[in-house]
Design a protein around this ligand. Structure first.
Ligand code: TZP
Ligand code: MG
Length: 246
């Protein structure tokens, strides 16, 4: 498992019509594909597929898109995480899933993963593998959203691979959540030993304030997906992060 993702990019349904990212071969219908292609060109190392509409409606064309995104990210060597749905993550062969506080517990996730990998492993591998190390061996990533120090400590104890903490600042992407602020991010970074991703209202402009907490990973939704040029934005943020962190 990578413990430094740098910029953690997250897709978002709906991009501004005048955004300067659309390749002539990509139709507006494929907007998630355009987003991801641009993120990869900008140097993203990890991308999460987040599309609340899909998970409500389960549209077939979105499902086709997720499969395309898996292929594009795999070909580019980019880690691909699916938000909310472990079943979808496993079906498309994602590298991991990101779960919220109200989603399945780590124990439930572990059971599903053990079953899935046992059922999908060639007999020869299966013969040498015992149940306990299946999940670890495959290094399937399970992330958990947290909104307080208590939740962060609990998630680490449960055995998740990484946590997100936020929203750091108030954000239109998650308007019902009270911002946790920079002090909570600092406390979480000091208190847990798994990778921490700060999220919520983070922009290129406030990036250094966030990095000053000691957090090494930062996730952005709107700052990236609503940028006039996604590729340049990802390049700039990643550049700023590696300058700061090295
Ligand atoms: N979890 C906490 S805040 C948030 C999520 C998914 C949304 C972050 O979006 P943005 O646009 O980067 O503020
Ligand atoms: Mg969720």
């Amino acid at each position: 498992m990578i413990d430094q993702f740098g910029l953690y990019c997250i897709t978002h349904r709906g991009i501004p019509v005048d955004a300067d990212i659309v390749d002539s071969s990509i139709t507006f219908h494929d907007d998630m594909i355009a987003q991801v292609v641009a993120m990869i060109r900008g140097g993203a190392k990890i991308i999460q597929y987040r599309n609340k509409d899909f998970f409500k409606k389960k549209s077939k064309s979105d499902f086709v898109n997720i499969k395309k995104l898996r292929k594009i990210t795999r070909d580019a060597g980019v880690v691909f995480i699916v938000n909310d749905r472990l079943d979808v993550a496993l079906e498309v062969g994602a590298d991991g899933v990101h779960l919220g506080q109200d989603d399945m517990s780590m124990n439930e996730a572990r059971n599903v993963l053990v079953k899935h990998f046992l059922n999908n492993m060639p007999q020869s591998v299966l013969a040498k593998t015992n149940e306990k190390n299946v999940v670890r061996k495959r290094e399937f990533i399970v992330g958990r959203s947290t909104h307080s120090l208590e939740q962060a400590l609990r998630a680490e104890k449960d055995g998740v691979s990484y946590i997100s903490i936020g929203p750091v600042f108030s954000t239109l992407t998650k308007p019902d959540y009270k911002p946790v602020g920079l002090d909570v991010v600092r406390a979480v970074v000091r208190s847990v030993n798994i990778p921490v991703v700060a999220i919520g209202g983070i922009t290129e402009a406030n990036l250094y304030d966030v990095l000053d907490t000691g957090v090494k990973n930062v996730a952005m939704v709107r700052e990236i997906t609503e940028a006039k040029n996604i590729e340049t934005k990802v390049k700039n943020v990643n550049g700023a992060m590696s300058n700061y962190l090295t």
